[in-house]
Write a protein that binds this ligand. Sequence first.
Ligand SMILES: Cc1cc2nc3c(=O)[nH]c(=O)nc-3n(C[C@H](O)[C@H](O)[C@H](O)COP(=O)(O)OP(=O)(O)OC[C@H]3O[C@@H](n4cnc5c(N)ncnc54)[C@H](O)[C@@H]3O)c2cc1C
Length: 472
Amino acid sequence: MNAAAPDFDADLLVIGGGSGGVRAARMAAARGARVTLVESGGMAGLGGTCVNVGCIPKKLYSYAAHYAEAFEESHGFGWSGEAPRLDWPTLKQNRRTELARLNTVYRTLLEGSSVEVLYGHARLLDAHTAQVDHGTTGGAAPTRLSARHVLIATGGRPQVPEVPGSEHVLTSNDMFDLEPFPARLLVIGGGYIACEFASIFNGLGSKVTQLYRGPQVLRGFDDDVRRFLGAEMIKKGVDLRLDAGMSSITRTPAGLRVELQGGGDLLVDAVLCATGRIPNVEGLGLDAAGVMQGAGGAILVDENHRTSVPSIYAVGDVTARVQLTPVALAEAMAVVDHLFGPPPGHAPRRTSYELIPTAVFTHPSVGTVGMTEAEARRDLGVISVYRSEFKALKHTLSGSSERTLMKLVVEEATDRVVGLHMVGPDAGEIVQGFAVAMKAGATKADFDATIGIHPTAAEEFVTMRVPVTAGR
Ligand SMILES: Cc1cc2nc3c(=O)[nH]c(=O)nc-3n(C[C@H](O)[C@H](O)[C@H](O)COP(=O)(O)OP(=O)(O)OC[C@H]3O[C@@H](n4cnc5c(N)ncnc54)[C@H](O)[C@@H]3O)c2cc1C
């Protein structure tokens, strides 16, 4: 590792205590670097978006929402009795308790790695110096500190469209602590966050309407996945309206009146806007340090995550590349290897953006890795597509009409499986394993030679024999 220059307070200053920042700080400290991490949200901000208002609370609420279906489906398996009711305050309180536990785990991990943690808003003064304004979190006068290297990991935040009455809208940050529980919820947006919240609140008992201005939800995903998920969400009760949007919101005694583009209106208790996220760069002093930004303010970085200023690096959502926690973690570890060397016996890690598996925790969920059919057709030419739609074994007795979709995209010239997509229960759990096989270059012949686990949905991926389409 680089020895600390005596004229710097730290070897590495990390701005942001979320997924990327905490991982980089701990790993750098483990290499012997003197590390200071600054988090603007106080101790309750440790863990960042993922822990506090993202992946973790969302998945907990998704579990909660699944119980409604589970109770209903249990009748087909012989269970009877009154349907239990959701106690919203209990769910909120249990979530808060778990997140507070996680915040403490993060603090303990940082302290145990000898990372100095400061609470406050960091602003760059130049290429090596930052000022930390402690505001209400620390009470002290601003701290000024210098570092040989700076890592910006400040994440992103929700963006709300400008419409008359937009002061009434909520963002994903507000959804976990809503009071009271919204009996009627309008969700604006068609990305994964919008679809997840629509599914969650539909499951928890809200009457959910979802408006999306595009022709189908989950833009960028495989078209079969999009079509299939949209239909399944509607079957489960989400009033999904495509090519639709709102033009204004007014508060009335009966609730929020939302005027729709093209006419008509809706009366709801809450409006969630999940219409995109922007990088957290406000008040960060990027101009003072000379850090270049791209579209939407995202920090521009090279393949080593270095910004236009040689001493300053950036990872995670603030660079607006692939906005997922595991990607922020991978980028953080690549930066640490680059700056302080890899762990003994290892080669320095580089972040690979190929074959990143991802899940959408809708009901039913989506799991996907690799190319969509359209991308493969465009970039590879001759492909075969295998697709299966079926009712899962569980639903032969449950009475649910939910169906599962599984799809493989295969490059004909190499027989490599280049895309794997699923809509159905536990899709993320299933696709994670197949992603390893695809990363190792698995061919369709390898899939065919693999014996299935019976009876599972996952076995369908190794038993699809006849392509539904083949060619260009
Ligand atoms: C609703 C929702 C659901 C999601 N679900 C998933 C999912 O299921 N799976 C998945 O992989 N990803 C999910 N994500 C995305 C994931 O949360 C992010 O990709 C990830 O948290 C990015 O990590 P990061 O380190 O870049 O930033 P963050 O985790 O956002 O951390 C940034 C931190 O920097 C702090 N900060 C900001 N500015 C300053 C400053 N000037 N000084 C000091 N501190 C500052 C912030 O307070 C914050 O704690 C979800 C996101 C949302 C919003």
